[in-house]
Write a protein that binds this ligand. Structure first.
Ligand code: C2E
Ligand code: CA
Ligand code: CA
Length: 554
C-alpha cells in the first residue's frame, strides 16, 4: 500500500479506523485515490444503506447511498479531488439511512499527496441533523440519549410510564419576549420538572419545548397523573415567584408501559407525541392518557386526508355529485335539487360527508373540491334545464371557500360557462359559518344577490339562530335542519317555535324549506308549519344523476 507524507499506509489507516470505531459517533474514512478504494468505520453500515464498510469503484458505489439530488454535486467535487485540482473536501449533503430517510451529513477530508500526486483522502463524516445527545439550553440529555437509554432499559419497564410534557403556546413567549427569554423559560421549566422527579426516573428534552420523563420503576397511571399535577403546581409557583412576567401552562401525555413494551422506539415516540397533542387539543393545561382507539381514529383521519389529496391530484377520482329533490309544497312538484358531495374509495368504501367534509375544510382541499363540485352541479343543471327550464340547483359553499378562495368569481364564471340563469342557482351557507360574520361574507352575499343568484341559510335551528341575520342578510330561503324538524314533530313547544318562525319568515318575504322529512307522520305535522319546500327521504334520498333523472325528470 502507498505510504503518504504522514508515513502511514492505507492499510494502517484502515486498522486505525477499526480501532477508533467503538469510541466515536462520527464516521472516519479513507479514500485510496490510487486504487479507487474506500474504507469507513463499521458503525456507518448500521446507520446508512452502504453496500459494505469497504468497496472499490468509489464514485459509482456512492450512487447507492447518496441522496440522488445531491449526487451530481458530490461527483463533481470528487472528480476535482482525484484530478488533483483541490486539496480539501468539505461538503454538506445527504446520505440515505437504513430506514430510507435522507440524513444530512458534513463530509470533510484532506488529500495526502506524494510529490504532487494525490494518494488518498483521509476524513470524517458528522451527522449534522437531530442526533442530539445533550441540550445546553435546558441542560438536559437529548433524544439520542433517550433512545439509547430506552433501548437498554426497555425490559426494565414492567409497570412504568412515559410522561411527555409540552409548554403551551411556547411560540408566543418567543414572539413576545424574544428567543433568549424563551430559552430561559425552557431552562427554568426543566428545573421545575427536575424538582418533581421521583427515584428511578430520568428526564430528557425531547424536542423544542417538550420534555420526557421515563419512569423505570413500578408506578401506575394514577402516579403519572399525580406527577403531572405536581409539575403543573411547581410551574404555577415559578410563574408567581417570577412576578407574572410570563404566564404559561404545561400539558402532559401519558403512555403506560404495556402500551409500548412490545413496540419500537420510534412507535413509542409517536404514541407519546400523539398523547401530548391530544392533551393540547383538549384545551391545554391538562393531561391525556394514550388510548389505542383514539389513535386508530387519528390514523384513519390521516389516511383519509391522504386519500382525499390523492383524489384531488388524480382528476377528482372517487368524488361524485349526488342530487336530492326539493319539492314544492303547494303543487307537490319538483322545484329543484340540492347537490351533495360523495366520496368513495376502495379502502374505506363510501365515506360519510360528516366525516370527510370537515377534513376537506381542515386541509383546505375544500377549495379545489368545492370548485369541482360547483362545476359538476351546474353541468348537471344545464342538462336538466333542457327538460325543465326553471329547475333550481342548490350548492353548498363552505366558509373556508369564502375566506380563502375567490369563490365569487368561480361561481359567476361557472354560471356563465354553463349558460345557467342566475335566478335558478341557490348558494347555501350554513348558519354556523355566519356566526363569524365578517365583511367577506356580507360582501359575497351582496354581490351574489346583485347578480340575481338565490341565497339559502342552511342548518337553521342548529346554532344560535340569531334572527338578526334574517333582517341583515335577507336570505331567499331558510333551510330548517332535520334536528329541528324532529324536535318539532315530538315536542309541542318546539313545534310552536317553528310555526312562529315560519310566520315571521313569511312576513319578511322569505321562504322556508323543511329538511329531513322521512315519513307521512312527519309530513302531516310539518304541513301545518306551512313551509314552501320539502326535502327528505320521504320524497327521495340523494342519488347519482342518472338515477335522479330516471326518478324525477323523465
Ligand atoms: P346539509 O347541507 O344539511 O345536507 C342535507 C343532509 O341531510 C344530507 O346529508 C342529506 O342526505 C340529509 N338528509 C336529507 N333528507 C334526509 C332525511 O329525510 N333523513 C335524514 N336522516 N337525512 C336526510 P349528507 O349528504 O350526508 O351531507 C351532510 C352534510 O355535508 C351536508 O348537510 C352539508 O353540510 C355537507 N355537504 C354535503 N355536500 C357538500 C358540498 O358539496 N359542499 C359542502 N361545503 N358541504 C357539503
Ligand atoms: Ca345544504
Ligand atoms: Ca341543511
Amino acid at each position: 500500500m502507498t505510504p503518504g507524507f504522514t508515513g502511514l499506509t492505507v492499510a494502517q489507516i484502515c486498522e486505525a479506523i477499526d480501532t477508533l470505531n467503538p469510541c466515536m459517533d462520527d464516521f472516519v474514512y479513507v479514500y485510496d485515490l490510487v486504487n479507487d478504494f474506500y474504507y469507513i468505520s463499521k458503525l456507518a453500515v448500521e446507520r446508512f444503506c452502504l453496500p459494505s464498510n469497504q468497496f472499490h469503484n468509489v464514485i459509482e458505489n456512492h450512487a447507492k447511498f447518496v441522496y440522488p439530488a445531491d449526487l451530481p454535486m458530490l461527483q463533481q467535487d470528487l472528480e476535482e479531488l482525484t484530478a488533483g485540482k483541490k486539496q480539501f473536501h468539505d461538503l454538506l449533503y445527504r446520505w440515505i439511512s437504513v430506514d430510507n430517510d435522507p440524513i444530512w451529513i458534513n463530509c470533510r477530508g484532506f488529500v495526502v499527496r506524494h510529490e504532487n500526486t494525490p494518494l488518498y483522502m483521509l476524513g470524517c463524516i458528522n451527522e449534522i441533523g437531530a442526533r442530539q445527545k445533550a441540550d445546553n439550553v435546558s441542560g438536559l440529555l437529548g433524544v439520542t440519549s433517550l433512545k439509547n437509554s430506552f433501548l437498554a432499559e426497555h425490559a426494565d419497564l414492567p409497570n412504568g410510564y412515559l410522561l411527555r410534557l409540552g409548554l403551551d403556546d411556547f411560540k408566543e413567549i418567543n414572539e413576545k419576549l424574544g428567543c433568549d427569554y424563551g430559552d430561559l423559560i425552557l431552562k427554568r421549566t426543566a428545573e421545575c420538572i427536575t424538582a418533581c422527579l421521583l427515584p428511578n426516573q430520568k428526564l430528557f428534552r425531547a424536542v423544542a419545548d417538550e420534555y420526557l420523563i421515563v419512569n423505570f420503576s413500578k408506578r401506575t397511571t394514577e402516579d403519572a397523573i399525580e406527577q403531572y399535577k405536581h409539575i403543573r403546581q411547581t410551574i404555577d409557583s415559578f410563574v408567581k415567584e417570577n412576578n407574572y412576567e410570563v404566564i404559561y401552562t404545561i400539558s402532559g401525555g401519558i403512555l403506560k408501559s404495556e402500551q409500548f413494551s412490545a413496540c419500537s422506539f420510534s412507535d413509542a415516540m409517536k404514541f407519546s407525541e400523539f398523547s401530548l397533542n391530544e392533551a393540547k387539543r383538549h384545551g391545554k393545561n391538562c393531561c391525556y392518557i394514550f388510548c389505542r382507539e383514539d389513535y386508530d381514529k387519528f390514523l384513519r383521519r390521516r389516511r383519509l386526508s391522504q386519500l382525499l389529496r390523492r383524489a384531488v391530484t388524480h382528476n377528482f377520482e372517487g368524488f361524485e355529485a349526488y342530487l336530492q329533490p326539493l319539492i314544492n309544497t303547494d303543487s307537490n312538484t319538483i322545484y329543484g335539487a340540492e347537490s351533495l358531495l360523495r366520496f368513495c374509495t376502495e379502502e374505506f368504501g363510501m365515506v360519510a360527508p360528516a366525516e370527510f367534509i370537515p377534513l376537506l375544510e381542515e386541509t383546505g382541499l375544500i377549495i379545489p373540491v368545492g370548485k369541482w363540485m360547483l362545476n359538476e352541479a351546474l353541468k348537471i343543471c344545464q342538462n336538466i334545464q333542457r327538460v325543465i327550464p326553471d329547475f333550481k340547483i342548490s350548492i353548498n359553499v363552505s366558509y373556508v371557500q369564502v375566506v380563502k378562495s375567490n369563490i365569487l368569481t368561480d361561481i359567476l364564471n361557472a354560471v356563465e360557462y354553463y349558460h345557467i340563469p342566475p335566478s335558478t342557482v341557490i348558494i347555501e351557507l350554513t348558519e354556523s359559518g355566519l356566526l363569524v360574520l365578517d365583511n367577506r361574507i356580507t360582501k359575497l352575499w351582496a354581490r351574489l344577490k346583485e347578480k340575481g343568484i338565490y341565497l339559502a341559510l342552511d342548518d337553521f335551528g342548529t346554532g344560535y339562530s340569531n334572527f338578526h341575520y334574517l333582517n341583515d342578510l335577507k336570505p331567499d330561503i331558510i333551510k330548517i335542519d332535520r334536528t329541528f324538524t324532529i324536535k318539532a314533530v315530538t315536542n309541542d313547544y318546539e313545534f310552536k317555535l317553528l310555526s312562529l318562525m315560519s310566520n315571521m319568515a313569511h312576513s319578511l318575504n322569505l321562504q322556508i324549506c323543511v329538511e329531513g322529512v322521512e315519513n307521512t307522520n312527519e309530513l302531516s305535522r310539518m304541513k301545518e308549519v306551512l313551509p314552501d319546500y320539502y326535502q327528505g327521504y320521504y320524497f327521495g334520498k340523494p342519488c347519482p344523476f342518472p338515477e335522479f333523472q330516471d326518478k324525477f325528470i323523465k
